[in-house]
Design a protein around this ligand. Structure first.
Ligand code: HEM
Length: 135
């Protein structure tokens, strides 16, 4: 687009990527909600809640923040936040679903997923405190 600073566009893409991934989690989370309602089987309720709240709500909020403050999304902490969050949530969600279905031997995998998810939140918080508004 004429007049658009290309460096800034690349930086802003980080926030857009977060938003695109968040909306994919929303589709999965809402799909699970509909399946639970239709089948009247609510076993996966905690997975549904975490996919919607960590996957959709938290990631969409991060995406909006990184759209408003693009430089923060591209720092080392921003990239660490991205990878920790997006690697942990699928592991955590699948492990939680299987544990809820009785595969208790997967509890250590679930615990690792949860710890990495918590570390992603710490990276997010550190990024917000250290790098926000440096654009
Ligand atoms: C069309 C969309 C959705 C449908 C059909 C749906 C369906 C459901 C159902 C059937 C339950 C279980 C209710 C029960 O056990 O009595 C539930 C629980 C829940 N949902 Fe959704 N949901 C939807 C969207 C969302 C969204 C967008 C969020 C969050 C951003 C969300 C967060 C939660 C939470 C926190 C619980 C409680 C989990 C628990 O008690 O362990 N849901 N939902």
């Amino acid at each position: 687009m004429p007049g658009l600073n290309p460096a800034r566009t690349v930086l802003a893409d980080t926030g857009i990527l977060w938003l695109r991934l968040a909306v994919l989690y929303l589709i999965v989370g809402v799909g699970m909600g509909i399946m639970m309602g239709a089948s009247e089987n609510f076993t996966l309720r905690p997975v549904h809640a975490h996919v919607n709240l960590l996957g959709w709500a938290t990631m969409a909020l991060a995406g909006l923040i990184y759209c408003v403050f693009p430089a923060a999304g591209n720092t080392r902490l921003g990239r660490l936040h991205f990878w920790l969050a997006n690697l942990s949530l699928p592991v955590m969600s699948v492990a939680l679903a299987l544990v809820l279905h009785g595969q208790r031997q997967l509890i250590p995998v679930l615990a690792i997923g949860e710890i990495v998810a918590a570390l992603s939140i710490l990276a997010f918080a550190a990024n917000i405190f250290l790098n926000l508004g440096k654009d």
